[in-house]
Design a protein around this ligand. Structure first.
Ligand code: FA5
Length: 334
């Protein structure tokens, strides 16, 4: 090969590259073109090996020609690569364009069960009035569930047809009142607590009864407490929970562990129907004695209200069983 032939071959190679470059459509094709020209067996590499065939005097000139060609091709390849990458970016962006008019994706958000919401609200109201939250076991002994509460052996609740017995003298608590006993045995007056919790009775399920339900117990024991304080606390609670549109009424009731005992009804002002919301009363002196308090020195009052009942009144729910069916069409409304 002569110098003139090599120069010609170099020009031909450039022309070939220009033809190739005009049709490169992707980065893959670009890479193939690069290998074809500059790769170990590429055309330009072959021309460089042809240098050896030239007479030594012409090699320097030929080397300059080939190096200049190599630089041009490399620069052209780099520019081409940048153009292809830019094109690919624009294509991707065009496909990815955000459509702000599309509706958003809806993610279902969990919520607290309505009974939990009502319990938390009741706890908050009494926390503001200075009451602690206490709790006790759901599996109780007859002593705490009945005896210490002055509920004698012939009381109907003691019947195994009314309570769930787990064994001799052991049962699922039928109310939250046993927590009163546990707390009073542990603390000295003043005692000011509420105890929310689950209770169990052998009641046949119907619109207002469930064999499992929740109560909130309240207990305040201190020197000088009277029925007037009980009325005040319940009045504050009714006002905070139901608002100013409701009025309440006390009437006589009987519980072995309170004396006097009362039931509390509420109604929306201007309507005729009174609804019972709780049982209440002054803690019976025998109960105070049982826990080692002196009934001559301290007095106390207590009440127990059904959380399901409160939630039903609040939301206008007619059937208590809805709370336990876990139907999202129902639950998602709260
Ligand atoms: C009691 O359980 C007493 N321990 C309340 C009490 C406490 C009185 C402290 C005095 C002092 P009673 O059995 O009435 O009382 O139940 C209280 C409330 O629990 C009822 O008003 C009702 O709302 C709820 N309740 C009772 N049984 C069921 C049931 N099967 N399903 C749903 N709620 C119930």
């Amino acid at each position: 090969m002569t110098l003139a032939e090599l120069v010609q071959a170099a020009e031909a190679l450039w022309a070939q590259w220009e033809a190739l470059a005009a049709n490169l459509a992707s980065l893959e094709e670009w890479e193939a073109a690069r290998v074809q020209l500059l790769g170990r067996k590429g055309r330009l590499t072959q021309l460089f090996s042809a240098l050896r065939e030239l007479p030594p005097a012409e090699r320097a000139e030929a080397g300059r020609v080939l190096n200049a060609l190599k630089e041009r091709i490399e620069a052209a390849l780099a520019a081409q690569r940048e153009a292809l990458a830019q094109r690919a970016r624009l294509e991707r962006l065009a496909q990815e364009r955000y459509d702000l008019s599309l509706p958003g994706k809806w993610r279902p958000l969990g919520k607290l069960h309505p009974l939990t919401q009502v319990r938390l609200e009741i706890e908050e109201i009494f926390a503001r009035l200075g009451f602690d939250v206490a709790s006790g076991p759901e599996i109780e002994t007859e002593y705490y569930n009945f005896e210490a509460l002055n509920i004698g052996p012939d009381h109907p609740a003691r019947d195994e047809w009314d309570s769930f017995y787990l064994g001799e003298g052991v049962l699922l608590r039928t109310h939250t009142s046993p927590v009163q006993i546990r707390v009073m045995k542990e603390r000295r007056p003043p005692v000011r607590i509420i105890c929310p919790g689950r209770c169990y009775r052998r009641d046949n399920p119907d619109a207002t009864h469930s064999p499992v339900f929740h109560q909130v117990e309240l207990l305040w024991v201190e020197k000088g407490l009277t029925f007037a304080h009980l009325k005040w606390v319940i009045g504050e609670f009714v006002r905070a929970f139901f608002g100013p549109d409701y009025e309440m009424r006390f009437s006589a009731d009987f519980f072995p562990f309170t004396e006097p005992s009362a039931q509390v009804h509420i109604r929306r002002k201007g309507t005729a129907k009174w609804l019972e919301i709780m049982g209440a009363g002054m803690v019976h002196p025998r109960v105070l004695e049982e826990v080692g308090y002196d009934p001559e020195e301290v007095t106390g009052f207590a009440f127990g209200l059904g959380i399901e009942r409160m939630a039903m009144l609040r939301y206008g729910i007619e059937d208590i069983r809805l709370f336990w069916q876990n139907d999202l069409r129902f639950l998602s409304q709260f």
